[in-house]
Design a protein around this ligand. Sequence first.
Ligand SMILES: [Zn+2]
Length: 113
Amino acid sequence: MDCVEFDKKIDSFLHDELNDEELNAFLLHLNSCSNCREELEINYIVKEGVLRLDHDRMDYNLSAAYSGTIDENRRSLRERKIMIRLSYIIGTFAFWAVLMVIFVFFRILIMGS
Ligand SMILES: [Zn+2]
């Protein structure tokens, strides 16, 4: 992902609308590009600031909230990746288990006749 693409995705990120693949690319670019980091933080603070203003909660620490949001996204993406890997392993295991059952079934069938 480049800076132009990143910029286009900021709004979707702030609204939790990126899929895992997009979020992964987004966070990777965020790690490597200080300009985009700054850009995202500003966008976040403006968006949250307006929200808090509506609710009269200006005591809120927006920078900390921003860091929390990024950490939360990283964590949930990591968890989803683990779940995908796990379901792949379970799927592979189930596939071989079914194959074994079929194999044993036919052996019994052949031996029985
Ligand atoms: Zn960038």
